[in-house]
Design a protein around this ligand. Structure first.
Ligand code: SF4
Ligand code: SF4
Length: 74
């Protein structure tokens, strides 16, 4: 990841693996990971953070408030 990449705060423990954020992201930067959280759900991870345009759609659609969007290079 370069210093201009956008970072997401994905709180894996809250994720229910619904996939809404993955489907909603216009840049296909999110994906369901292979690790399970304490609830037994495979939580979302960033697969291409450098493509993120920080539109906040993923944060808005997540019903479990598991995502935040921040700048990485501040
Ligand atoms: S902020 Fe926008 S571009 Fe970045 S991961 Fe979320 S939906 Fe995708
Ligand atoms: S919308 Fe929220 S709960 Fe659903 S997969 Fe994405 S981060 Fe997980």
């Amino acid at each position: 990841m370069n210093k201009n990449s956008k970072l997401h705060l994905i709180e894996g423990a809250r994720c229910k693996s619904c996939g809404l954020c993955v489907a909603a992201c216009p840049k296909e930067t999110l994906g369901i990971g292979s690790e399970l959280n304490q609830q037994g759900y495979a939580f979302v991870v960033q697969v291409a953070p450098e493509k993120c345009v920080k539109c906040n759609i993923c944060r808005i659609v997540c019903p479990d408030v598991a995502i935040g969007v921040i700048e990485a290079n501040q």
